[in-house]
Design a protein around this ligand. Structure first.
Ligand SMILES: Nc1ncnc2c1ncn2[C@@H]1O[C@H](COP(=O)(O)OP(=O)(O)OP(=O)(O)O)[C@@H](O)[C@H]1O
Length: 246
């Protein structure tokens, strides 16, 4: 399943060149986006979410150019940002009502469904400012689900969560993927990618070192576990398929 295609994408922020001539196809049901700190994962997510415009190049979603037609993407994707800080004096339900209204999603049943889906019903009428980290992450996911997205972009959604919350989150993501959504999940948790993702993309200093089925990454590096495969890939340039011009 091909959703996004990046063609010759460059991105400069301030004086920093983040990407230069990046080519990438995103195929798979659950794609794990991996890379060290500063690799460019959040920048890539923001490009895909139309929150950043590439300095050069094309980004296609289902073959449509989302730089020219951002509305095409915005009505089909849900974005879970790395840091989600809603106004703390609003309740969880009010946060969803507010963000929903901005996207023309106003049906109370739809908001209720997102609350149920993310296990938030019990705390929906409490102030979001008093939510725990895990509950806030669920609210971040609930707002991404408001418009019933075909593609879900999740930037480190389980960072800082305890193992039980991580497990609940993964079950949720698995369910969404089984119901037909494509999920791109950026994470430092390799176990999470092993458990959830069929496809891996490894980014390093703005370049793609690997993009393809996760088992192919194991095969290429001769590793048994994704953790070892990832480390070998980063350390050994001979194993890297560099998907961008230097
Ligand atoms: N607004 C900006 N202006 C200049 N440089 C930026 C800006 N935003 C990000 N960068 C730089 O771009 C590079 C990629 O950052 P990005 O946040 O995309 O990486 P990341 O892989 O998500 O990192 P992490 O895993 O730490 O979240 C970093 O070197 C960062 O310092």
């Amino acid at each position: 399943m091909l959703t996004y295609e990046l063609r010759d994408v460059s991105l400069t922020l301030g004086r920093k060149r983040i990407f230069s001539g990046l080519d990438l196809k995103l195929e798979g049901r659950v794609i794990g986006l991996l890379g060290p700190n500063g690799a460019g994962k959040t920048s890539l997510m923001r490009l895909l979410a139309t929150l950043l415009r590439p300095t050069r190049g094309q980004i296609l979603l289902h073959g449509r150019d989302i730089v020219r037609e951002p509305a095409y993407a915005r009505t089909r994707i849900g974005y879970v940002p790395q840091h989600f800080r809603p106004p703390g004096d609003l309740t969880g339900r009010q946060v969803l009502q507010y963000l929903g209204a901005l996207r023309d999603v106003v049906e109370a049943e739809r908001i209720d469904r997102c609350l149920v889906q993310t296990g938030l019903s019990r705390v929906a009428d409490q102030a979001a400012g008093a939510y725990s980290g895990g509950t806030l992450r669920r609210l971040a996911l609930a707002q991404a689900l408001l418009s019933d997205p075909q593609v879900l972009l999740m930037d480190e959604p389980t960072a800082g969560l305890d193992p039980e919350e991580q497990d609940r989150f993964q079950t949720l993501v698995r369910g969404l993927a089984e119901r037909g959504a494509q999920v791109l999940i950026s994470t430092h948790l390799l176990a999470e990618v092993s458990q959830l993702a069929d496809t891996a993309v490894v980014l390093h200093e703005g370049r793609i070192l690997f993009a393809g089925p996760a088992p192919d990454l194991l095969a290429r590096t001769g590793a048994q576990r994704l953790q070892d495969a990832y480390l070998r890939l980063l350390r050994d340039p001979a194993l890297q398929v560099v998907g961008a011009r230097p």
